[in-house]
Design a protein around this ligand. Sequence first.
Ligand code: B3K
Ligand code: ZN
Length: 884
Amino acid sequence: AQLIRREDYAAPAFWIRTVDLTFDLDPAKTLVINKMTVEPNAEQPGAPLRLDGEDINLLRVLVDGEPVSFRTEGSQLVLENLPQQPFHLEIRTTCAPEKNTQLSGLYTSSGGFFTQCEALGFRRITYFLDRPDVMATYKVTLKADKLKYPVLLSNGNLVEEGVLEGGKHFAVWVDPHPKPCYLFALVAADLVRREQRIRTRAGKDHLLQIYVRAGDLDKTEHAMNSLIASIAWDEAKFGLSLDLERFMIVAVSDFNMGAMENKGLNIFNTKFVLANPATATDVDFGNVESVVAHEYFHNWTGNRVTCRDWFQLSLKEGLTVFRDQQFSQDMAGSRSARAVKRIEDVRTLRQLQFPEDAGPMAHPVRPDSYVAIDNFYTATVYEKGSEVVRMMHTLVGDEGFRKGMALYFERHDGQAVTCDDFAQAIADANPGSELANRLEPFKRWYAQAGTPRVTARGSYDADNHIYTLSLSQRSAPTPGQPDKAPYVIPVAMGLVGRDGRQINLQLEGHLNSLGHDTVLVLSEPEQTFTFVHVPVEPVPSLLRGFSAPVVLEAEHSDDALFTLLSHDHDPFNRWEAGQQLALNRILAAVRGDGYIELDARYLHAMREVLRHPELDAAFKELVLTLPSEAYVAEQLDVVDPQRIHTVRESLKRQLAHALHEDWIWAWEQFHDNGAYSPDARSAGHRALANLALAMLVLDGSLRQNPIWPGKALQRFKDATNMTDRLGALQALVNAHAELAGPALERFHAQFKGEALVIDKWFTLQATAPEHDGKVFARARALMQHPDFTLRTPNRARSLLMALCQSNPAAFHRTDAAGYVFWADRVIEIDGINPQLAARLARALDHWRRLAEPYRTAAREAISRVAARPELSDDVREIVTRALQ
Ligand code: B3K
Ligand code: ZN
């Protein structure tokens, strides 16, 4: 395993301009004929051509039709003494798709052929310059058995098809757009399709197709609607239109990630395409919408303009996540529904990215080095990368950002570029903006790892009506980066009176009022902002809408938090205040004697939110959900997962009991039996009704009162959609109600043939609140269930990631059984699918912060994995970093 460094980037010694691929598809032995036109890079004359290859058998190499001598170095094929003019290179190889359990390159799934080439899968198909700055046009001929594989697809346009001898048929596809090889794709399988013709604003006609297995066609309508909406949004918002006559989505059930943006032929994990009311929840519907949009948006941000090298991954991922988040907000509609989406995104960021930034895998949005690039498809590159783009958007405004995007495409369409090129385009389109004025320091967001902490202190001078706000920032060291320079941090803010009034903002020395909302830019270690004509002592509402990915230490009193919770104009900060109130109580108990009785004021405030006449149900559900155990752990230097669990569960029970009548009211008010629609408003109602039901079942189970468990069972049986059915089942399972067992059995029997629903069945059991070790025991036993397999990533994740990543109290045990189980599974899965194993390996990232006896036991488990001689580079990199 070799460390690859960003600073070592050099342009390739050759360009590959055209690729003509022929596949003779056979699960055991597929023949690949690869005919390329290759052009020496005039700047590196005489250099050898080094082609990447992995797990493929080389049959022959021809240069301009003649056999040539070659050698192999490691996994590379090296050719020397090549012509100094463009030449033809033909390479024949074979591979064994059915043996490819890594799901990278060409593999089989349910009897069909599929590919996944990002990041380094193409080298598992043929020898190539497998790097994103080598862009070529492709012609692809597929040959396969006609009965077994009636559908033959590749990128671009279908130019020819026909039958061959021996029951075979063929198809020829031509993609006119030059692309890096990671965007190559093929599919040969027995699939059916939903299709639709559309005419865009630009007046062009396109054919949209979604390919799935027979039986899944009734789950494709939502994906198709989402695709159509995405196409319209990108045209309307950024003037970016679809550049292909045909756009295809294919669903496959064995897939390492969510989906893949191959040019014109997106390949999706079934989980992010298939959805109908009977089998998918509101969360699934939302995910399908955003992943379909994400992959579609990549057509411009990723495909038309791609990455120069893999260190620039966030160039396409951060930007495309930002775009899909904006799209989903626009789809949600109302101001409040947009805020709900923002809160959910921030919750994800805090749950996944903040811990990453505080642990051994901390890396900059644009990493400096890696061993296995697949390990860097992270929350930092994606979610924090999106926050960096969002900050640029905040600093230049919506219209400024649109101009910046236009300039980016004007400059770079058809190129492979860097994060610097993107930031430069946004800044250059907005001369005089805060971004343009501070571009170099702003770009530290790309270069430095770790989550900055911003401290705010305010003081009010009542005599002179002056409010002074001091903001300071500091950043802790991260691996390889002991010292950090200050960031440019946009702090969106306002001032709120105790009575809820929005205070007019006017900075000292400025004539103009800023209205009720402004963005302060913190760029020094410490800065003071003085507001004049402030009539009453205000509560500062800082970082509105979560305007920067930082930890804010505002040290608000309870009083101030209650003010913000009931009055802040910014819904995000209202939610934040509610979370902070809960967090303060949880932390007091965790640091104290492990118990706390919820105060009347907090309960009253929660009741007010729940019964509020104007707030949206979705927003109420977010406020009334306690911060997760993972988020609580983030606040502590020494983490005792059991203690956090005990405290949080206790608070939940108190909230369930004290608000009993209110939960009944909420259930009556918001549960519904009408026709299902996935829109934000209906989904919000379901979310709140299901939270109310869960609270009522929890309280009932604890008090041996069978009424609400009984009602939940009835709801579970009668539900007309998966959100409500799963909600009721989860209420029973999470309360450890007696009725949970029979309900789980019934659920399994009812959805036997629906793989994605069976995944939910595993996850539900593995994420139940731990109780006397029963949840862990059950999860471990489920490994033996006939439906369980490690070979399908969705299924493996549904049980193992659920247990090890999402259920701290079940996983972190004083007897270390969770860690032993984890180590065994990491090793076992590594032999099948290293990418998947490496994801699971990260479950113990934060081991150093664990209290004893967890810490020592965790280190032993990681060391046991690290001691295996035959580990993949992927897992080796994770455990090595963890132990460093
Ligand atoms: N670009 C793909 C990720 C590919 C994963 C490589 N291991 C999905 C996406 O971000 O759209
Ligand atoms: Zn992406």
